[in-house]
Design a protein around this ligand. Sequence first.
Ligand SMILES: [Zn+2]
Length: 274
Amino acid sequence: MLVNMKDMLAQARAEKRAIGAFNVANYETALAVFKAAEAEKSPVIVQLYMRLFDTGKARDLAPTLRGLAERATVPVALHLDHGSTEKQAEDALAWGYTSVMFDGSRLPYAENAARTKAVADRAHAAGATCEGEIGHVAMGDGTALTDVAEAAAFGKETGVDALAVSIGTAHGYYKAEPKLDIPRCAAIAEALPGVPLVLHGGSGTPLADVRRAIECGIAKVNIATEFLDTYIKTTLKVFGDLNGGFVPPDKLADPIVDACAAHVARLIRFFAGR
Ligand SMILES: [Zn+2]
């Protein structure tokens, strides 16, 4: 069923579990996430990076994703990841996405809070949920760890349904193993007992650290790089094995989808503590 993130994250946080949020970029990667969630009987978040909202790909994929979610036997939220403009959030809601992120983490505090609150109000009016970010999880630039008092104020001021925090992860693959600031995570969670926290930069973070973060209030773990990399590596192998032969593209995609679904299923089980 197509839902927003509210109930699945609240329940996960209460039970010290996390919901996997997987970045998809086309039909095959999306299908893999739906298949894995149904096989694991687990709620899931299917998210698209903001770039796909600017190029129109998120609009074109929306009817397919909504159909898959409505027919799914598990709750599925469709989410805009790292929305950077109000227009992306507006478009997402108009196209039937049930959740939006406004990432103002590089803006001054007051501007981040004001713009996030406006997007959250707009999302709530449409029956959708909103994720904000305070502190900055690096994407090739400087990380700023989340300040506990600032996070507490931000959560209360904006009314976000989920809050991305910076506790030592980074986007993309790591050059050196990250060290997560678990006490910081626990302190933020204690200051915001009703707000599920979000871990960005999940790819390649040591799983033992992810587990400790989940025990300290992280209820949504974002996975993009390692999942999409599985898609690329499997695609290379399948296309290489074809060796000049012919297979209809939909059949060619089946083993790629299966490999991606197996990857997602492993992570869903881990985030659920199974
Ligand atoms: Zn992120």
